[in-house]
Design a protein around this ligand. Structure first.
Ligand code: ATP
Length: 331
């Protein structure tokens, strides 16, 4: 029903009156170039399938996005945003690479890196929490990927353990740029609500309230949006570090509304035994002022991403071989 059982016939080639094709073959892959296997997961508008290339035998994850679902939910820009962000970010080991994007009558197909060890969320649930060594390793990989992402002017905006995938060597692959934002020429409009309550930075909640209250504030919002959304990824990163070690959310309550009340007051507690260096790191990330979060200052300033990377929590990390060294024992 999604198109791969019943591949669409190739579109009729437009022929000129002399019988020769008027368009050159593009060499772009199509559905027929992949053999589909099991379903890796389901999203709101998509199914992710294991796909083996018939050309080189390599395995990929193929995200199949049903066009009719997208159109019905007015989400066509989500798929476009994801493709745009992934194209811009291609090449960093900590971010899923997009190899091909094509479509047929029914669906869009994104051929991306296969992350065969699933989501960080499942790992945390399975283990209860991660060892300090594991948390250091994963926090370092996320920090490195964030630095790259932001250097390319891309904000993720929905960083959370469900979007941190693990590849066959148990290294991080950040995914789900559907709510991401590619900054262009510094000019940005304020945007509507994105993200997940437990990881959402206070300024995004406040911005949402401000823009709702008065259209006057909308004109002032672009600057707010620019500075705060960028550093909201660092807030979410703080929540993720907390969760890897504590095994539970930093901010959570019975409803999103109650969770937001805690977020706005930066009201959270560390469980007993929480690693001291990690505690210090989290305290420097979960800061109300977006620009004071560790690593979230302008590039070249004393609070740029290198400040984050030199935190003592990362003292044992060898940054130069972060993506080639084997992962620590997963425990
Ligand atoms: P939504 O679209 O509702 O926000 P989502 O972003 O999780 O959800 P997808 O990106 O379509 O949706 O992913 C659906 C599921 O497929 C994920 O939860 C994940 O478990 C799995 N998945 C996604 N990408 C990959 C990948 N590259 N390798 C392996 N599994 C993947």
């Amino acid at each position: 029903e999604l198109g791969y059982d019943e591949p669409s016939p190739p579109p009729p080639a437009p022929f000129a009156s002399n019988g020769k094709p008027t368009t050159k073959p593009t060499g772009k892959p199509t559905l027929q170039d992949f053999q589909f296997g099991r379903t890796l997961g389901e999203g709101a508008y998509s199914t992710v399938k294991l796909g083996t290339s018939r050309t080189d035998g390599k395995q990929y994850a193929v995200k199949v996005i049903t066009k009719s679902h997208l159109i019905r939910a007015h989400k066509t820009e989500t798929a476009a945003a994801e493709r745009k962000a992934l194209i811009r970010l291609n090449g960093h080991p900590g971010i899923v690479s997009l190899y091909h994007a094509f479509q047929d009558e029914w669906s869009l197909y994104f051929v991306i890196d296969l992350a065969s060890n699933g989501e960080m969320q499942s790992l945390i649930s399975r283990l209860g929490s991660l060892s300090t060594a594991c948390a250091q390793y994963y926090a370092a990989q996320i920090a490195d990927a964030l630095e790259y992402m932001h250097s390319k002017d891309v904000i993720h905006r929905d960083l959370k353990p469900e979007n941190l995938l693990l590849d066959d060597a148990f290294r991080i692959k950040i995914t789900d740029f559907g709510t991401g934002k590619v900054l262009e020429n510094g000019a940005q409009r304020a945007t509507t609500f994105v993200g997940t309550a437990q990881y959402q930075a206070p300024e995004l909640l406040e911005l949402k309230e401000t823009t709702k209250r008065s259209s006057f504030y909308l004109s002032a919002a672009p600057f707010v949006a620019l500075t705060s959304q960028y550093s909201s990824d660092y807030w979410a990163f703080g929540c993720v570090v907390y969760q890897m070690i504590a095994g539970r959310f930093a901010f959570n309550d019975r409803s999103d509304y109650l969770t937001w009340q805690k977020v706005k007051k930066v009201e959270y507690e560390f469980p007993n035994g929480f690693d001291e260096q990690a505690k210090n790191l989290v305290q420097q990330l979960l800061v109300h002022d977006p620009l004071k979060r560790l690593g979230a200052g302008p590039r070249g300033s004393s609070n740029d991403p290198s400040a984050l990377k030199s935190h003592t929590f990362f003292a044992s990390i060898v940054w130069a071989s972060l993506w080639t060294d084997p992962a620590p024992a997963i425990e």
